[in-house]
Design a protein around this ligand. Structure first.
Ligand code: HC1
Ligand code: SF4
Length: 574
């Protein structure tokens, strides 16, 4: 513990704490732009400068650790003017097109300009004329708006270990772009969207497809059918001022009907279906052979990563499609038949916390299992929030509604897919049943919960140990993948049977398309919302979802049947 003073206010903090966080503890907010809790302090913007008392030293609060007796001044006239000048300089290279910017109202630079009362531009405005990169199905890069804070580069390299983005050029010419100025689509980008989620301004953002949705909903030739991902129910609430983690599932269903959906479904149903297929696949690999450990396949950025970085391990990836793709395929076959709807007119939309899902729906391996494009459109949580607001829907006052049966019914296992470890926990609940014929009594598998980067454990299937690992945040997956590769080279199996990987830290609850501002405390709150949804569910095991049971009885026959294979599984090529 060290004792410091912030503007004369005494605070006690742990050794190594930054001045920025010590100030936070004293209730003092120091402005920042390049700093983000998820990342190492970078010190590129200079906004967080503070004065050290008794010395002429100016220090960057984000990067400077406190020491015993340190006393700093965070706010005075001189610091205010210095910060204002920094902001004016940033604004002199930033377009003033706030009104038409996707970040209008949610931009950190705009907020700071307002806080500092910037009304005029004293410096000559010099914009770069680099064109937007719209090559990716998921992400748009707009280098003209880049403020060179460096967050996206750090996110892509350190958090994700992908190295699709880097600093290019020097001085005035510096920009963040794929190496060799490639188009994003031709770079190693896996479309996770974490760069967009961490960008403080409108320089990197999700491909906005709200207009496509509105056109489909207004088209009398189309019948819009919508599914919502597990983590939408805890993410969307923040966009409407509710506390993080608030579950708004039934308001979301109601909003979708107001938006013109003819049927409202839940990806959680697909998650239960995925567990039936993927759990059966695991048990088949364990008993009849096949590449082990099996690895989950529902995160499209992760699958993309394996294809780009570990193509030799693709046979470990489960052949089960993601819940989203399963729901799309079932909507245009089983559901269309059941409801007498023409699948050619059905327009399937998925609301996802993820930018990579836009790409997943567009992958050749996934598109046409039903004979039609299985998922026509993917909107992220952020787009969904803007869509609701644009259509005059007062979300908070909506009366709750139910989803449409049967593709709206889900178990608690389906809902926890959205948190890191959730797919594993759901799979264990059902695989245990398939292997032993009994039911797992304590369905809460604590060893796979929480934010530790790599969670390892052994689950006891009545005497058969099943070794599992759960990884989130792509930079951490290398360790496990290299272990598998090394074991394979020696003709051995790495010490796991089943591995879950989610590209984003925390899992889908902090996906690249979720509301801005994710930090670990927010990740915990969003996850807690999903675990509460699970706890409140009457059915908590996927195989006990009666609608899933009926789907097999009346349509799919059994997991991994010929029909299930055709609709619900795929393979990935090197
Ligand atoms: Fe996810 Fe999934 S959990 S991938 O994180 O398996 O996006 O929420 O929809 O498909 O169910 C995302 C979330 C989501 C799929 C499911
Ligand atoms: Fe990197 Fe993900 Fe952004 Fe692609 S989407 S540039 S992989 S952070």
């Amino acid at each position: 513990i060290v004792h410091v003073k912030i503007n004369g206010i005494p605070v006690e903090v742990e050794e190594g704490t930054s001045v920025l966080n010590a100030a936070k503890k004293a209730g003092v907010k120091i402005p920042t732009l390049c700093y983000h809790e998820d990342l190492k302090p970078f010190g590129s913007c200079g906004l967080c400068i503070v004065k050290q008392e008794g010395s002429a030293k100016i220090i960057r609060a984000c990067a400077a650790p406190v020491n015993e007796g340190l006393s700093v001044i965070t706010h005075d006239h001189e610091l205010f003017e210095a910060r204002k000048t920094i902001l004016e300089l940033i604004l002199s290279t930033h377009p003033s097109s706030c009104l038409t910017c996707i970040r209008n109202g949610e931009c950190e630079l705009q907020d700071l300009a307002a806080e500092f009362g910037i009304r005029e531009q004293p410096f000559e405005v010099r914009l770069n004329d680099r064109a937007k990169d719209t090559s990716s199905a998921s992400i748009v890069l707009d280098p003209e708006k880049c403020i060179k804070c460096g967050r996206c580069v750090q996110v892509c390299q350190d958090l994700q270990g992908v190295f699709a983005l880097e600093f290019i050029g020097r001085g005035d010419e510096t920009c963040m772009a794929p190496a060799a100025m490639l188009k994003l689509e031709d770079s190693p980008c896996v479309r996770c969207g974490q760069c967009a989620a961490h960008c403080p301004v409108g320089a990197i953002y999700e491909k906005d497809e709200i207009a496509t949705f509105l056109a489909a909903a207004a088209d009398p030739q189309k019948q819009v059918v919508v599914q919502i991902a597990p983590s939408i129910r805890v993410g969307l609430s923040e966009s409407f001022g509710l506390p993080a983690g608030t579950v708004t599932t039934k308001k979301i269903y109601a909003a979708l009907r107001r938006l013109g959906a003819k049927a409202v479904h839940d990806t959680n149903f697909g998650a239960d279906l995925t567990i039936m297929e993927e759990g059966t696949e695991l048990v088949t690999r364990l008993t009849k052979g096949g590449a082990l450990p099996q690895m989950t396949s529902c995160c499209p950025a992760w699958v993309d990563y394996v294809q780009k970085y570990y193509p030799d391990l693709l046979d470990h990836v489960s052949s089960a499609k993601s819940p989203m793709q399963m729901v799309g395929a079932i909507e245009k076959t089983f559901y269309a038949e059941k409801m007498g709807m023409d699948p050619a007119k059905m327009y399937t939309v998925a609301i996802m916390p993820c930018t990579a899902k836009k790409y997943e729906s567009d992958r050749d391996e996934h598109m046409y299992a039903s004979g039609f494009r299985d998922v026509d459109l993917v909107l992220t949580t952020r787009e969904f929030a803007r869509l609701i607001k644009s259509q005059g829907i007062d979300f908070l006052s909506l009366a709750e509604e139910e989803a449409d049966s049967p593709l709206g019914e889900y178990s608690g296992a389906g809902t926890i897919f959205g948190a890191t470890g959730g797919v594993m926990e759901a799979a264990v609940r059902t695989a245990y049943h398939i292997v032993t014929g009994n039911e797992l009594q304590n369905v809460e598998v604590d060893v796979v919960r929480g934010l530790s980067e790599i969670k390892k454990g052994t689950v006891d299937f009545d005497g058969t140990p099943v070794r599992v690992a759960v990884v989130h945040g792509l930079s951490h997956v290398k360790e496990v993948m290299d272990e598998i590769r090394a074991a394979k080279a020696e003709g051995k199996q790495a010490p796991y049977e089943f591995i879950e990987v989610m590209a984003c830290r925390g899992g889908c609850i902090a996906g690249g398309g979720q509301p801005y501002g994710a930090t670990d405390s927010l990740r915990k709150e969003r996850s807690a919302g999903l675990y509460t949804d699970d706890k409140n569910s009457a059915v908590r095991r996927s195989h006990e979802n009666e609608s899933i049971q009926k789907l097999y009885e009346t349509y799919l026959e059994k997991p991994m049947s010929h029909k299930a294979h055709h609709l619900l599984h795929t393979t990935y090529q090197e």
